[in-house]
Design a binder for this molecule. Sequence first.
Ligand code: PEP
Ligand code: MG
Length: 546
Amino acid sequence: MTKSIRFNGIGITNGKVSGRIKLFGSSKRKIINSRTGSALDEKARLEIARKAAIKETKALEEKALKLLGEKEAQIFEIHGMLLEDEDFLDAVLEEIDKGKSAEEAVRQTAKSYGEMLKALDDEYLSARSADINDISAQIIRFLTGDVAENEENDTEPYILVASDLTPSETVKLETSKILGFVTFGGTPSSHTAILARAMGIPALVGTGTIGSIYDGEYALLNSEKGTLIISPTENEKREFEKEQSAYNKIAKEHEMYLRSIMKKPAVTRSGHKIMIYANIGSEQEIASAISNGAEGIGLLRSEFLYLSKDKYPSEDELFSAYRDIAIKMQGKRVVIRTLDIGADKQIPYFSLPKEENPALGYRAIRICLDRHELFKTQLRAILRASAYGRISIMLPMIISAEEIREAKSLLRDSMAELSTRGQEFDAKIELGIMIETPSAAIMSDILAKEVDFFSVGTNDLTQYTLAVDRQNPKVTHLCERNTEPVMRLIKIASEAIHHKGGWIGVCGEMAADLSLTQQFANIGIDELSVSVPYLLGVRGKVSECK
Ligand code: PEP
Ligand code: MG
């Protein structure tokens, strides 16, 4: 039995699953394990594929040199050298002599080389292990020719492994087939992680590169421990199964307890009531939000509807989606956040300019206040849907009262347009803003005069307060250790909006952090809005608070 391969990352949802790995973006190739031809035939096939790979790499190197520069082209130079490496080639030939097919021999050799290099615990050599994986996948691609399986042909559920997924790629995934989720990059507050959380599936981010050579391998994903074990030994499998059944038993008991308190309001022991709302991205999540006791929708990330399309949705399309959500929520509050695109949420048909610092750039309300028709189309759709339920409008990324006033002026224009058309809407629709920037929190006494409510987006508020990129796994730990500055800003905002008679919620990922629930209660937070799988846990925690 060969040694298993272990990757460590940050677990973002609890759970343990096992299954085959599917590398996102790499169409699965059929690897022929038992060969049909002689060793000589296999060696000849290997030579043709290797030569083709060398030629391709040379072309890529030249292209990279022309388009990107010397440094970027260097990687292909290294690949070229590895493809010519005699030791590697001899090892593959040896495997063929042992009876393996050419592709299986390449795969096996790459695996052994990768393990050996990884075990040396040297950053440079570890990186070479990723290169070995790359060139092996390249040779295998030439060996297997065009036998790529169609993604839709996957019938078995799998553990999805990806370098990183953009939010638009994530929303297009066929989630019913995904057992678990692993990304090389990403952080707990990146949108990929948020979506994984919403799906309620075990997930791991920030594992570092996992070579394409592992595509199709059996693996154990433990998001509690933050590990992915590829090709586990029998012992590891047994151990995992034991842990898995113990975990499932506890999780089931805990859920039964939480379900027993589901109907009770979430009130602290000192009598402070906190509304428990759900964060959702689409209508499909409503049924599970309700069955998990959501008292409302605290954040509808409305951009996801745009992300899943190839062109701008029309007012009617948006209206019918919002109306359906309002109707399904049966009079419970639905907070629709207006378009928050830009930064990591890019939509091709928006053709947003490439920016040096997208998180500080042209995004969210900044785009909407610049592109009036885009914004008013969404506002009219929300207003029309407000005739069917209890809808609130929430503006993201606000930094000043001026922005709110501009947005309100466009809202008034949209209302006037609907009145001219004779269409109904709630003229007293509630308007709120997200507190996502230090500026919004510091100026909250002024901003509170303009709106009915605040909802704190702790993901961005943390990023901008601590100057910690929410997409960068190297600095994530700084967020866990430094919640206090963010809490202080939330307290300022809470006092400001309460002084004016409004309400305040928290809808960033911190809302689901049970170690902070007591602090939220202490500063008078009125509502906590979390992904569906966290609804019951947060409700239970509030009732345990002082
Ligand atoms: C936030 O920033 O905390 C938030 C809820 O918005 P998003 O995660 O979509 O940026
Ligand atoms: Mg945000």
